[in-house]
Write a protein that binds this ligand. Structure first.
Ligand SMILES: Cc1cc2nc3c(=O)[nH]c(=O)nc-3n(C[C@H](O)[C@H](O)[C@H](O)COP(=O)(O)OP(=O)(O)OC[C@H]3O[C@@H](n4cnc5c(N)ncnc54)[C@H](O)[C@@H]3O)c2cc1C
Ligand code: SF4
Length: 445
C-alpha cells in the first residue's frame, strides 16, 4: 500500500462510527440559543413548514434553551412518535435545516437534527410517559408491517382510543430502519425505546406473522374493522444481466443487513456500485468504511438526473467515491467469482413516463472494468402479488389511495413506501399519522 493510501485509511471511520454524534447539555443549550424563533400565529417557521411530520421546531428548541429537554421531547414525540430515530436518519439538509433562515444570511443552519436527538435521548433514557389513552373505542384496527408507516399509524390510532394489533413478518420492529438504513446513521437505538412507548399506549405487536401466509385475508378482515397496510417494498430488483449469480456480486439490502447484524461482508479492494439513488450512495460509503481502496458508482444517466440527495453525493465524493455517469453494466464476468464488468456508454434519449430522459446504449462503446466486488442498488421490487391477493387496485405496482390514504377497498388504508414507491422515514410517518386520522373518520361513519 502506498503512503498516501495508508494516510487515507488512517482517517477512515469505522462503518459503525456515528456520522452525527450526540450533543452534550452545554453544547445543546448554546446551539439552541442560535435559533431566532421564527414564525407566528399565522405562519409556521420555515423549518416546521419543511418538516413532513410538522414538528414544532422553534418551540422545542426554546424548551431546550430554557433547560427543559423533557418538554422539548414531548413536543417532538407528539408530532412524530419516531422523533428519536428521525433525529438520526432524516435528510435534514433537504428538510428543516435546509429551510432554516440562517442559511439565507450565509450562516450555518441551526443543528435541528442534533438538538432533536439531544431532547429525545434525555426523555427516552428516563422512560418518560407522554401520552395517556382516552377511553377504549369498540373498534379494532389491524396494521400490517411494523416499519415507520405502520408504527406511526398504530401510535396515532391508540392515542385516539382504538384497539390496534400490528402484524410483522420479521422478529423485530422498524422495517428498513432496522435492516437497511446506514449503520453510521442508526443501528438499533432508539427504536426499541420508541416501540416500547407505542406498546405502553396499548398497541400489541405480533412478530413472525406474515399476513397472506400465516394469516388469511378472511381472518384479517374478520378480526378488524379497518386495516392499514404499511408493508413497504420487497427485495432488491434484479439487474437481469449475465453473471448476477457470481460470488462477490451483492444485492444492496443483503449487503447492508449483514453489516447491521455485525457480520461484516468480505469485500475486495475495488468495489463497483450499480445505481444512482440514495441506497447506491449508502453502500458506496459503507464500502469505503469497510476498507475498499477504490469505490466507483456506475449510473446510466447523468449526475443531474441522479435521484440521490446532492449532499449525500457530495459527502461520498469527499470520502473518495468516484462516479461513472452515462454508464451501464452489460454483464458481470468471472470464474465463479466476479473479476470484471463489461460496461457500455449511454446517451440520453426522449423523456420517459416520469419525465426523465431515457438512457440509450451507444453501440460500439463497450469497455471493461476490473472489480473485486459488485453491489447492485437499482431499486426494490413491489409487492404486487400480495396486493392482488387482497383485491386492491394498483398504480404502477404501488397501492392506489385517495387523499385520505384509503384504497379501492373501503376497509383498507395504506401508506409509506408501498404507496410512494420509496421515500423517507419521516414521509412514512406522515402517511401513517394521516391515514390513522382518516381511519378514525371512517370508523365513525
Ligand atoms: C438502503 C436504504 C437506506 C435508506 N436510508 C434512509 C435514510 O437515511 N433516511 C430516511 O429517512 N430514509 C431512508 N430510507 C427510506 C426509508 O427507510 C423508508 O422510506 C421507510 O422505512 C419506509 O417505511 P415503511 O413503513 O413504508 O416500510 P418498511 O420500512 O419497508 O417497513 C415495512 C414492514 O412491513 C413488513 N411486512 C411486509 N410485508 C408483510 C406482511 N405480508 N405481513 C407482515 N409484515 C409485513 C416488513 O417486514 C417491514 O418490517 C432508506 C431506504 C433504504 C432501502
Ligand atoms: S428557521 Fe432556523 S432560526 Fe428560524 S425557527 Fe427554524 S431553526 Fe430557528
Amino acid at each position: 500500500m502506498s503512503v498516501d493510501l495508508r494516510l487515507r485509511h488512517e482517517r477512515i471511520p469505522s462503518v459503525y462510527q456515528e456520522i452525527h454524534p450526540p450533543l452534550d447539555e452545554m453544547t445543546a443549550v448554546v446551539e439552541a440559543d442560535r435559533c431566532l424563533e421564527c414564525g407566528g400565529p399565522y405562519a409556521p417557521a420555515p423549518c416546521t413548514a419543511a418538516c413532513p411530520a410538522q414538528v414544532p421546531v422553534p418551540q422545542f428548541i426554546r424548551a431546550i434553551r430554557d433547560g427543559r429537554p423533557d418538554e422539548a421531547a414531548r413536543l417532538i414525540f407528539e408530532a412524530n412518535i419516531l422523533g428519536g430515530s428521525c433525529a438520526r436518519v432524516c435528510p435534514v439538509e433537504e428538510l428543516c435545516e435546509g429551510a432554516c433562515v440562517l442559511t439565507k444570511e450565509g450562516r450555518r443552519a441551526v443543528s435541528i437534527g442534533r438538538l432533536q436527538r439531544y431532547a429525545t435521548d434525555v426523555a427516552l433514557s428516563h422512560q418518560l410517559n407522554f401520552f395517556t389513552r382516552p377511553g377504549w373505542k369498540p373498534y379494532s384496527v389491524g396494521v400490517i408491517g411494523a416499519g415507520p408507516a405502520g408504527l406511526a399509524c398504530a401510535a396515532e390510532l391508540a392515542k385516539l382510543g382504538y384497539e390496534v394489533v400490528v402484524y410483522e413478518s420479521r422478529p423485530e420492529p422498524g422495517g428498513l430502519i432496522t435492516s437497511a438504513i446506514a449503520p453510521y446513521k442508526q443501528m438499533k437505538e432508539p427504536l426499541p425505546a420508541e416501540v416500547a412507548m407505542i406498546e405502553r399506549l396499548g398497541v400489541k405487536v405480533q412478530y413472525g406473522v406474515t399476513v397472506g401466509r400465516d394469516m388469511s385475508r378472511e381472518e384479517l378482515e374478520r378480526k378488524h374493522h379497518a386495516i392499514f397496510l404499511g408493508v413497504g417494498l420487497g427485495a432488491d430488483t434484479r439487474a437481469r444481466i449475465p453473471g448476477e449469480e457470481l460470488a462477490g456480486v451483492w444485492d444492496s439490502l443483503e449487503f447492508i443487513e449483514q453489516i447491521k447484524r455485525g457480520a461484516l461482508p468480505k469485500i475486495g479492494p475495488t468495489v463497483a456500485v450499480i445505481g444512482g439513488g440514495n441506497t447506491a450512495i449508502d453502500v458506496a460509503r459503507e464500502s469505503i468504511r469497510l476498507g475498499a481502496q477504490d469505490v466507483m458508482v456506475l449510473y446510466r444517466r447523468t449526475e443531474a438526473q441522479m435521484p440521490a440527495f446532492k449532499h449525500e453525493v457530495k459527502a461520498a465524493r469527499k470520502e473518495g467515491v468516484h462516479f461513472y455517469f452515462l454508464t451501464a453494466p452489460l454483464r458481470f464476468l468471472g470464474d465463479g467469482k466476479v473479476r470484471q464488468i463489461e460496461c457500455i456508454h449511454m446517451k440520453l434519449g426522449a423523456p420517459d413516463k416520469s419525465g426523465r430522459p431515457t438512457p440509450e446504449p451507444v453501440p460500439g462503446t463497450e469497455f471493461i472494468l476490473d472489480v473485486d466486488t459488485v453491489i447492485k442498488a437499482i431499486g426494490q421490487e413491489k409487492r404486487v402479488e400480495f396486493f392482488t391477493m387482497l383485491g386492491l387496485e394498483l398504480e404502477g405496482g404501488l397501492v392506489k389511495v385517495n387523499e385520505g390514504f384509503q384504497t379501492s377497498r373501503e376497509k383498507y388504508f395504506a401508506g409509506g413506501d408501498c404507496v410512494n414507491g420509496g421515500a423517507t422515514v419521516v414521509e412514512a410517518v406522515r402517511h401513517g399519522k394521516l391515514a390513522a386520522q382518516a381511519i378514525a373518520k371512517f370508523l365513525k361513519t
